[in-house]
Design a protein around this ligand. Structure first.
Ligand code: ADP
Length: 521
């Protein structure tokens, strides 16, 4: 038994009291369900409780079981600890001894069988009322299971991280309130931002400014409702380029049905979008080509047929000039030549009439056409053309339209002509909105439907208004002037009418009617 200083008791009494106190302490430590031990103020182990002695496999008569100070030094019992933990335990213990303060440390302790388990150890100084350090009292808690569980958790986090890192796409995991919790490697690589920076996506430039208001609005709604969502948006890559992404978010719920997390997958669809734009461009080019080809064929045959009478008329005119300038002028020959010119001129006119008649006679199919669908297809084909010329397209289709009788493709040709004309007319205007409005109404009084194509272009001059539908009337340098004439022929062949008038406050409206399919016998 070692000596301690005394201030208010005499030495012997004090020693007796102390040893009684320590005996009581050790008796208590023996019954608590924990691993406990005591050490002398100098650091040597003096006592281990029953539970600890059994764990260590100390013999029944081992002095440490009875709190007899064996004068053991730290170095002597550090051997009980796992070699990898020696260093930190030594450090922590020497700090305790130096400062006289409590300490906490985790280490592995060897058991009777030579195996190790993790313990969390807390050691406290036990002082007399005068502050003298009497003993160190340590309590160790077995944290083996906890440590294993933590390790397993870390392992599972690692493996789930490597799982999300393996997903082909940008993965974000959010808390139920929508706050970003974690993201996969691809997200860091794509944005080139830290998690903290990414958390501020609502105010940063991560989402394209044009998409942001819509995305934020949807996001708020989704977080409040807890429904899965889907949105296309442009996200800013680390180098400043925005690319299109398809974003899908799903809530994952816990056993009680509450949302535990949101899983969000962003898939890069830039290439797909580009391909789609190319496809639309191709369709539009194709529509153009188709239109040009149809026109081309027509003009080829028209020019061929018209050329002949015109060449003949020119020849007769030259002859007439010669007869006129003869001395004396030969008026009879001039008169003959003029009659021939009139004849050839009439022939040329007949050719054009024949072409129109030909179109009228084209064996038009008599299908029941859903005119709205047919027109929507044409609008889709011309969308790129409209967008390239900054023309916005609006549709106003009445509900429950009757079907019209006729040839779907021919009717689409009419629409294609009217829409392309309108876009071309608006291309020339400098200021003001370029709006194309396409409407379809049911007109029972005319027994069918009326289609309207309105533009906000320059409108029609009085001359245009009266000559618009004449073959070869055009004001365009590369125009053919056959479009509207053919359109009118097609519409009339369907039993309808096509006309043009001024749009308010500016522009032109082309309208045509088509009779509905006759129902019944
Ligand atoms: P083209 O388009 O080859 O000129 P069209 O017969 O289709 O032949 O059109 C004849 C003319 O009618 C055009 O050159 C143009 O002057 C006029 N026109 C047609 N549509 C419009 C429109 N929407 N606005 C103003 N003028 C138009």
């Amino acid at each position: 038994m070692h000596k301690t200083r005394s201030v208010d008791l005499d030495e012997g009494k004090k020693a007796e009291e102390q040893s009684r106190f320590l005996a009581q302490l050790q008796a208590s430590l023996n019954v608590i369900p924990a691993y406990a031990w005591c050490a002398a103020p100098s650091g040597g182990l003096t006592f281990v409780n029953k539970r600890t002695a059994e764990y260590l496999g100390l013999p029944h008569d081992h002095p440490l079981r009875f709190g007899i100070d064996v004068g053991a030094q730290w170095d002597a019992h550090i051997a009980l600890l796992h070699p990898d933990d020696h260093e930190k335990s030594r450090k922590s213990w020497s700090t305790c001894l130096r400062t006289g303060e409590f300490a906490e440390e985790s280490f592995r302790v060897r058991n009777a069988q030579g195996g190790y388990r993790w313990f969390r150890s807390r050691v406290e100084p036990l002082r007399a009322s005068d502050g003298t350090l009497l003993q160190w009292v340590g309590v160790n808690v077995d944290i083996e299971e906890l440590t294993c569980a933590e390790q397993a958790l870390r392992e599972s986090e690692r493996s789930s991280r490597s799982a999300i890192d393996g997903i082909a796409g940008l993965v974000a995991i959010m808390a139920p309130n929508g706050e970003l919790e974690t993201v996969n490697r691809q997200v860091f690589e794509y944005f080139g931002q830290s998690l903290e920076e990414l958390k501020n996506w609502g105010t940063s430039d991560a989402v394209h400014p044009e998409d942001l208001p819509h995305v934020v609005e949807l996001f708020k709604r989704v977080i409040a409702s807890g429904n899965p969502y889907h949105i296309d948006q442009r996200l800013r890559r680390f180098d400043g380029e925005y690319r299109w992404f398809e974003t899908r978010g799903v809530p994952v719920r816990d056993d009680s049905g509450r949302i535990a997390r949101w899983y969000v997958l962003h898939t890069d669809i830039e290439d797909r979008i580009r391909a789609l734009a190319r496809l639309e461009q191709m369709q539009s080019d194709f529509a153009h080509m188709n239109r040009v080809a149809t026109m081309g064929q027509l003009t080829a045959s028209i020019t061929h047929e018209v050329n002949q009478p015109i060449t003949a008329a020119v020849t007769y005119a030259l002859a007439a000039r010669r007869f006129l300038s003869a001395d004396p002028p030969n008026f009879r020959e001039v008169d003959d030549a003029l009659s021939l010119i009139v004849k050839e001129g009439t022939r040329a006119g007949e050719v054009v009439e024949r072409v129109r008649a030909l179109i009228k006679k084209m064996p038009a199919r008599k299908d029941a056409v859903a005119i709205d669908d047919a027109i929507l297809e044409v609008i889709a084909l011309t969308r790129t053309e409209a967008a390239n010329n900054s023309v916005s397209v609006r549709t106003q289709f009445a509900e429950g339209l009757p079907r019209v009788q006729g040839d779907r493709v021919q009717l689409q040709q009419v629409m294609l002509n009217l829409i392309v004309n309108a876009i071309q007319a608006m291309r020339g205007i400098g200021e003001g909105a370029r709006e194309l409005q396409i409407s379809i109404d049911a007109v029972p009084s005319e027994g069918g439907v009326r289609v309207g194509v309105r533009d906000t272009g320059p409108g029609l001059s009085p001359e245009s208004l009266s000559r618009l539908f004449e073959p070869f009337y055009t004001t365009k340098p590369d125009g053919m002037g056959m479009g509207l004439s053919i359109c009118r022929s097609i519409v009339e062949a369907h039993g309808g009418r096509l006309w043009a008038e001024a749009n308010e406050p500016r522009g032109t409206i082309f309208q045509f009617t088509l009779p509905a399919v006759q129902v019944g016998p």
